[in-house]
Design a binder for this molecule. Structure first.
Ligand code: HEC
Ligand code: HEC
Length: 264
């Protein structure tokens, strides 16, 4: 029997759920100077860095490698940023990967918390800390889609699936690539975020990278070969859907057949 006390506990728990979520959401807020200059500047970048990045990446991008009290089993709070250059900062901020809310998380799936001006400022500041690669400027040409397709098959589809819709590899979620700007695709290939390998210019030249990007862009509007698309999820999920729908159908029809036998 559910007494009035238990009912009260349940109601409180139901109300507390959304409140806890709301509190967690406000914790990822960004620290900003009270007044920002009108244009991007390394000085603004330095202030934003001090407020939002230095706690993990150290003063002036030195990195924090020693475990801090309370940091648990994770040895380093954040890698050094002195040689990552404009490329990595631009990628991690424009894709909403940084700032990480917890060093235990796989980066990704987060919101972009900075304005374009703030991102440019942080990029200028971190790029100025040491020598590192600049932001790439890929020029994907639709004429090279078929080259791009075979390069994508060789280097990327093992994880991202043939049509780039993502999937899973051990320990990580592989994101879909459709809505990503060419610059960020080029950056990802040169960085290799999280469990993805990085590809040097000897492995994939800039020209080949352009072709890969042209192919990825073409997958936003794949031509369907008929049948039920199920969002071009890739062979494994498509096989699963076949099982989820096919297996119960088989069971049902087997039952129907046996019932007819018994009654007949
Ligand atoms: C809670 C800790 C934390 C905060 C705060 C944080 N980072 Fe990070 N950052 C990390 C960790 C951990 C990694 C390594 C992630 C990985 O390897 O995928 C990382 C990786 C990066 C990288 C890639 C480094 C490389 O070697 O390629 C860049 C660039 C970066 N962060 C920039 C920033 C910037 C800019 C900010 C502030 C706006 C920031 N981060 C805030 C923990 C943090
Ligand atoms: C070993 C598996 C693997 C391979 C091979 C691989 N990737 Fe990835 N890729 C990943 C994972 C995992 C992530 C997510 C990284 C993260 O969460 O930080 C990712 C992220 C990306 C992103 C960023 C997605 C986002 O939402 O920000 C792009 C773009 C990308 N990959 C493109 C490529 C291209 C192009 C290739 C081939 C040249 C490739 N990847 C090869 C596993 C892989």
């Amino acid at each position: 029997m559910i007494g009035p006390r238990l009912t009260a506990v349940i109601i409180v728990a139901l109300l507390a759920g959304p409140t806890a979520v709301a509190l967690a959401a406000t914790q990822v807020g960004i620290v900003r100077p009270t007044s920002e200059p009108a244009r991007p500047s390394a000085a603004l970048g330095a202030q934003l860095y001090a407020g939002n990045c230095a706690s993990c990446h150290g003063i002036a991008g030195a990195g924090i490698s020693a475990a801090r009290p309370g940091a648990g089993a994770v040895p380093g709070a954040g890698p050094p940023l002195r040689r990552v250059g404009a490329l990595a900062v631009d990628f991690y901020l424009r894709r909403g990967y940084m700032p990480l809310s917890s060093i235990h998380d796989e980066p990704g799936d987060q919101r972009v918390l900075f304005s374009d001006k703030e991102i440019r400022s942080l990029v200028a500041y971190v790029a100025g800390l040491g020598r590192g690669p600049a932001i790439p400027h890929p020029v994907p040409d639709p004429a090279n889609i078929s080259d791009g397709f075979s390069l994508f098959t060789d280097h990327c589809s093992g994880c991202h699936q043939l049509v780039g819709r993502g999937g899973f590899v051990t320990g990580a979620k592989v994101p879909p690539l459709q809505s990503i700007a060419p610059t960020q695709i080029a950056e990802a290939v040169r960085i290799g975020p999280y469990l993805m390998p990085r590809f040097s210019r000897t492995q994939i030249s800039d020209r080949q990278l352009n072709a890969i990007i042209a192919y990825v862009q073409s997958t936003s509007h794949p031509d369907n070969r008929g049948g039920w698309g199920i969002g071009n999820l890739g062979p494994i999920p498509e096989g699963l859907v076949a099982w989820w729908i096919g297996a119960p159908l088989l069971v049902l029809s087997a039952r129907a057949v046996s019932r007819r036998r018994r009654s007949g």
